[in-house]
Design a binder for this molecule. Structure first.
Ligand SMILES: [Zn+2]
Length: 474
């Protein structure tokens, strides 16, 4: 008896069994989290471009990730991720950066600052802040550290963690006190409360630290990431200083400039994604509500400043990709009618009714409703003073619901992602970008006489530039 009882006690203490309470300390101990300040993981696998499907409600486009490195500093709440990836499909289908061959991406977070590194320059990217903070705190060690720091609680086998205004999540702990999955709600400009799942499997011991070697994520119900981890190092040097230009640009989306493209036609720029305001006799039509609430509200204010005393009646959505439709909810919050391609009508009808509880946006706060109108091949909006034609860009590999706006009198064409002018001193892609070739086919087939392009990325260019980019020598 004397030897059996302590042995049993020891067994009970060491191996959690059903019914025995697991604590955050147990999880921290099992993961080796106590003295962990920073971690670096390396791996490879596949990633998917969230919000860039070819058709609304279809899976996100796939990229093959040749190398994936993620550095996390839990003490400074910073993260640096570098991936080298290549599109799984060529010719491409769907959105996301279209680069032939390998592309390198560097995503950085430090505290409440998020930015990308593009050709050695830091580009502020606060639109990614909630997602990157989720990526940091949903790591197995991040969950337990956040909870131990007072951002969460454990009950049974679940740990609830939340970062107000960004995400709320529930992590499930397995019988060995390791985190096996995270179910989260993440704020998103298009989907409001977006469902995200993360699963962690095949834990291995890396010098006293337990880390999963298989990480899978879904965003909005579709695969977003599937990485096999090959190396983990702990307590590596992990200084992630915030560049001055990032610190000084907390909200780049509010920066708006505009130029008159024709009488009553204004090209609204100042950031990465543009809009166009078109003045009608007694109302205004806006082409594009991109990015997020901050951008949409800034564009709305600029339009009302440029064309006072006329209500904005319509917003034409170029296509459903999240970077081009992230402001749609804010426009709907003003009761403005959305005009989209028929393919995405049902999608947007749903988008403008989705809840946004994690971070209530303009639509959620306004409580207003809006109407979505679908266009199939062509729709003409006219009030006797001006004619605005909305045309489908048929057969685009970029997205099935691409719309362009054509002003026949002014000979202006407004389009997104089918053609983006390269920087002034950069030659267009050869062989030409298939989206651009397709745009020229559509302009020709539909008999549009175009003088100038008002692209929703880039700058105003003469039609000849588009022809050159599409490989037409003339
Ligand atoms: Zn797109």
């Amino acid at each position: 008896m004397r030897t059996v009882v302590p042995l049993l006690t020891a067994v009970l203490l060491l191996s959690p069994v059903a019914g025995q309470a697991q604590t955050l300390q147990d999880v921290a101990r099992a993961l080796g989290a106590a003295n962990l300040k920073s971690i670096e993981i390396q791996g490879s696998g596949v990633s998917f471009q969230v919000g860039q499907s070819a058709v609304p409600g279809m899976p996100w486009p796939q990229f093959n990730v040749k190398s994936f490195a993620r550095l996390v500093n839990y003490d400074t709440a910073s993260l640096r991720e570098e991936a080298v990836r290549i599109r799984a499909l060529e010719p491409p289908r769907g959105g996301g950066p279209y680069v032939r061959g390998e592309q390198r991406q560097v995503f950085v977070l430090s505290g409440d600052h998020a930015w990308n590194v593009v050709a050695d320059a830091a580009v502020p990217a606060p639109i990614t802040l909630a997602d990157r903070q989720f990526q940091l705190w949903s790591t197995p060690h991040g969950v337990v550290k956040a909870a131990l720091a007072g951002q969460g609680t454990m009950q049974g086998r679940t740990i609830a963690v939340a970062l107000p205004g960004r995400f709320k999540a529930t992590a499930t702990v397995d019988a060995s006190n390791l985190i096996e999955r995270v179910d989260a709600t993440l704020t998103n400009p298009v989907l409001g409360d977006m469902a995200v799942t993360v699963t962690y499997a095949e834990y291995r011991d890396f010098g006293g630290l337990k880390f999963p070697t298989r990480i899978r994520q879904t965003y909005g119900g579709f695969p977003a990431l599937d990485i096999t981890v090959t190396d983990v190092r702990s307590n590596v040097a992990a200084e992630v200083p915030v560049p001055d230009n990032v610190r000084q640009t907390p909200n780049p989306y509010a920066r708006v400039t505009s130029q008159k493209a024709a009488d009553g036609v204004f090209y609204i720029t100042g950031g990465t994604h543009h809009s166009v305001a078109i003045e009608m006799q007694d109302h205004v039509i806006v082409a594009e509500a991109p990015l997020n609430d901050a951008r949409a509200l800034a564009v709305l204010a600029e339009v009302r400043n440029l064309i006072p005393n006329k209500p904005i009646r319509y917003v034409v959505v170029s296509h459903h990709h999240f970077d081009h439709s992230g402001g749609v909810r804010a426009f709907a919050g003003e009761g403005i009618t959305l005009v989209t391609h028929e393919v995405s009508k049902a999608f947007f009808e749903r988008v403008i009714t989705l809840p946004a509880t994690v971070s209530p946006d303009h639509l959620a706060k306004s409580g207003r409703k809006a109407v979505v109108e679908g266009v199939r091949d062509r729709r003409v909006l006219s009030d006797g003073t001006r004619t605005v034609e909305i045309h489908h860009i048929a057969g685009s590999l970029h997205a099935d619901d691409m719309l362009m706006v054509y002003l026949p009198k002014e000979k202006l064409l407004i389009e997104a992602d089918a053609y983006t002018p390269p920087a002034a001193n950069v030659a267009p892609m050869t062989p030409p970008n298939p989206f651009t070739v397709n745009l020229v086919v559509n302009i020709t087939k539909q008999g549009l006489a175009v003088d100038q392009i008002l692209p929703l990325h880039g700058r105003i260019v003469p039609f000849a530039e588009l022809l050159k980019a599409a490989g037409h020598s003339h």
